[in-house]
Design a protein around this ligand. Sequence first.
Ligand SMILES: [Zn+2]
Length: 452
Amino acid sequence: MESSGTPELKVAVVGCGHGELDNIYATLESECERKGFSSRDLDFLIICGDFQAVRNELDLNCMSVPHRHRKLGDFHKYYSGAAQAPVLTIVVGGNHEASNYHFELYHGGWLAPNIYYLGAAGVIRYGPWRIAGISGIYNPRNYHKPHSERLPYDRDDIRSVYHVREYDVQRLLFLRSPVDIALSHDWPAWVELFGDHKQLFATKPTFLTSALANSLGSKPATELLGHLRPSYWFAGHMHIRFEATVELEEGAGIYDALKRLEDVPEKLRALLPRPSGSSSVGSAFTAKTEFLGLSKVGSPTFQWLEVRNLGRAPYNTNAPHYSRNTTTGKFDLNYDEEWLAITRACFAGLQIADPETLVVAPSRGKKVAAMTLDEERKWVKENIVDKGLLSIPRDFVAHAPVHNPDLVVTPDMQPLEYPNQQTARFCELLQIPNKFAMPSVESTEDAGLGLL
Ligand SMILES: [Zn+2]
């Protein structure tokens, strides 16, 4: 299997997690056994949002779900250490999340041991493989807004906190080198037109209604797909399994490809954006993206769980500093050099509400020029790569209260913020200000513990 030195990648992908980790890992094990191996032979498992990293009852009050449907789920056991994730699990956020916890880990980090969240947007490395993700779902009303939600959330915050922001998409659009795997919760808009949309619209007529109302899928995700041209794009949210193949020709963008499609219903074709040429990362070559949307746990297994051998990394094979194997024969997760440079170049434009006044300061964001990015790449090389600091530390600590069944929590109660030390350390590593720190409790690692 391993002739060229780069091992083949075995992954599993789940659409929506919906808090059912026990079921996911058990089903994954039996699926792997059916194929003659164990889930421990997998490199990693991907969960495309609605992960529901609910640590305790108060986190549940930060999730956008009607009260009667709120369920604690399984995650709290993985958080407290009562259960262990048997396989490295990589997740993006969806629209049903413990949004307060995801916000703490805005730059990405360990939600629990062996469970890594990519952040509002993020790029990481697994050996030679490069994985990018965007969390949340697209809503045009909040797209251009800052990240203004801080605890306690009001009814509006609980819904807007998971809406994708332009700032985070823009950072991914600054990437100049190819990505292998991209993840989102909602599907890229119009991706269905690259697959059997007739069958899809016949099974789900409401999808066609939404498409005709120009509101099916995420338009920023389409931009990203056209720009990043990843080999694979995985998503959840729509609660149906769907495959599509997006082929982009040399020098052409995704809207050119959409325009070339032949059997698109006329009413839908009239809504498609005009091709505008392409300056995307891979526009110099023909690119093919395999899109796979998966359903939620609880539907028939083939609808929500996919175990796949992705072969060898098509790009980035010459990346020795990412490719040190651990003793288990797997790779460590690494930060991505280019992404770190972009994070540094863009941090001034990140708008977060002040935790005490809840006011968002006006953006001091400077326009990021190619030159800035080159300088930041150099900084990252000297200060992180050359110092051997690219490997993502396995530094998870449970810092918020674990679930306590005796505690009485009413639906209107909101948790405090629990400043996350992983975020603090990440900002220290990049030498950027930590906009997520709480001024009064910044220095005490376990601040807030015992308050429940
Ligand atoms: Zn879902």
